[in-house]
Ligand binder design. Structure first.
Ligand SMILES: [Zn+2]
Length: 545
């Protein structure tokens, strides 16, 4: 983005009237601490001119109540105002940098006319960060949670161990709070790993005290939930969930300079302890002969040949004792299958796997059946296949079940190639990222959007449209796809394309099975029998020197 910059100096304003935002100009307002509130002055005018606004809020300046007030004062529905604005908050300069970096991507989904960023200079010149850090120190300090990439493929008998409310527990256990980090009274306190920050040993931190109570309350509610009849349990469940969100906020706001109890060092310290905890847990598990097959921020997936639930409980106990943080067995799985990225077959990704718990319950991440844009046919096939695979207990039974599952998949494939599939089962639902006329490439979504637009349907970026692929390779773009709303019986569906999509949706289940070697057609050991059956072979064999 290269825009002229207009400075707002009082002696020589960049625009004839400094209180009007000029078009296609980057305007920077900087000065008194009240400056971020200036956006309140511009917002109503922009909103009632129906301008779409992307608001990156580094100063905690915007609230739904404020927008509702604007709407009320004008006598319009608050929802009409809400639809025009998208808000993302940043608590630290790192988060703001990330938000700014993502603006082009965001604009694909939400075509904003105006971008407002508050506290852009303030977050970078943060007086709370007393010792200016070197760039490499910033890098160490800002690393978030730790991830160990998963071991690809089938692993039987895996336990998932989760640290309970990990970040708040760290705040409570290690007394990390804005006023306890690098306090002046304890120069010789032990240091936080990686960062070297000190934590006060004389005073109990205020946020540490608060989260401690919230954690205790949440535990109580959890226990109550287990002993309460289902009809009254909902109340406890909602209370427990609200405790969880309060705890998330207590942690999140430590990283937010403008929060009353915000201090970036506290946030960094909590993250550093979390990373250290995961490393320690890994060491303990490995010392006990377990293998860590995946770890992500606050959960570990461990495995050991022949380990029982009791073994995993003992391990969990030991990690809890050593790290002094509560750890619980989330589940012991009969097996877990970690899958590679869809783009790169040898690159493991943390969010694509399926697992079957001891009681047969499935945990699925990143498969087509979890996505909303998948044609129902693909999702149903995956669910049916998974239901069969869930009966497997080990690798051998997995292979057996896979053969049954393959039968299910092939039945789907047959119905697809015979043209017997109901068109409703093939509807793809996609979110459009721009105005129909603004699409430059004739992708299927763009074509479907333009068909709808052409027949008078009003569409805005961010809306979902539904279509059926009719002939993905058609020369005329308009023949490739048909908006479902305009569907007429005589369009056929693209059997080849849907067949490929169906095969791709079955792929995750066979990925963990080593591929069978291709039958060798041409070898030196051709039997007389082969020569009789395939005359071509005899020609080839005799032509060799
Ligand atoms: Zn102290």
């Amino acid at each position: 983005m290269s825009l002229p910059i207009a400075f707002t100096k009082t002696e020589r304003p960049a625009t004839p009237n400094p209180w009007v935002l000029s078009d296609r100009t980057l305007t920077v307002f900087y000065g008194c601490p009240e400056m971020p509130r200036l956006s309140h002055y511009f917002l109503p005018r922009l909103l009632f001119a129906k301008k779409q606004i992307l608001y990156l809020d580094g100063a905690n300046q915007i609230s739904p109540l404020l927008l509702a007030r604007f709407a009320r004062e004008r006598g319009v529905e608050p929802s009409s105002v809400n639809s025009l604005i998208r808000v993302a908050r940043a608590f630290t300069c790192f988060q703001l940098t990330e938000l700014v970096r993502r603006v082009p991507k965001t604009l694909e989904r939400f075509s904003a006319d105006v971008l407002i960023v508050t506290a852009l200079p303030d977050l970078y010149f943060d007086e709370d960060v007393r010792d200016p850090k070197r760039p490499d120190e910033l890098l160490v300090a800002d690393r978030g949670g730790l991830v160990f990439v998963p071991k690809l493929g089938f692993t039987p008998n895996v336990a998932e161990l989760d640290f309970v409310s990990q970040f708040p527990s760290i705040m409570a256990r290690f007394n990390i709070s804005p006023e306890t980090v690098n306090c002046p009274c304890c120069p010789d306190a032990p240091r936080i790993p990686e960062l070297g920050y000190r934590i006060c040993q004389k005073r109990r931190g205020i946020t540490s005290r608060v989260v401690e109570r919230l954690i205790a309350k949440r535990c109580e509610l959890k226990k109550l939930l287990k002993t309460t009849a289902p009809d009254t349990a909902l109340r406890f469940k909602l209370q427990r969930d609200s405790m969880k969100w309060l705890l998330v906020c207590c942690f999140g706001y430590t990283g937010y300079k403008n929060a009353r109890f915000g201090k970036i060092e506290a946030h960094e310290a909590i993250n550093a302890v979390a990373r250290e905890t995961l490393l320690v847990a890994k060491e303990i598990a490995e010392a006990d002969g377990f293998e860590l097959i995946h770890a992500l921020v606050d959960s570990l997936y461990v495995w050991k040949e022949g380990a029982t639930r009791e073994d995993y409980e003992r391990l969990s106990q030991e990690i809890e004792t050593r790290t002094r943080l509560p750890l619980a067995i989330e589940s012991v799985y009969r097996y877990v299958v970690f899958l590679p990225s869809k783009q790169y077959a040898d690159v493991p990704v943390p969010n694509r796997f399926f697992a079957v718990a001891e009681d047969g319950e499935l945990k699925i991440r990143g498969l087509e059946c979890r996505r909303h844009d998948t044609p129902p046919l693909l999702g149903r096939m995956q669910h049916e296949v998974l239901a069969i695979l869930a009966e497997a207990h080990d690798y051998d039974s997995y292979l057996q079940k896979l053969e049954i599952a393959r039968g299910v998949f092939e039945a789907y494939e047959d119905r697809l190639t015979n043209g017997e599939v109901d068109i409703r089962d093939l509807v793809v639902s996609k979110r459009i990222t721009r105005e129909p006329r603004d699409y430059k490439k004739a992708g299927v979504t763009a074509i479907a959007a333009q068909q709808l637009f052409g027949s008078g349907v009003k569409l805005r970026p961010g809306q979902n449209i539904e279509y059926v692929i009719t002939n993905a390779e058609a020369h005329v773009p308009n023949d490739r796809v048909r908006a479902y709303a305009l569907w007429e019986g005589w369009f056929g569906y693209d059997r080849k394309k849907y067949g490929a999509m169906l095969r791709e949706a079955f792929e995750p289940f066979v990925l963990c099975v080593p591929k069978r070697a291709e039958p060798i057609l041409l070898s030196d050991s051709i039997s007389e029998d082969d020569l009789d059956r395939f005359p071509l072979f005899s020609a080839l064999v005799t032509s060799r020197p």
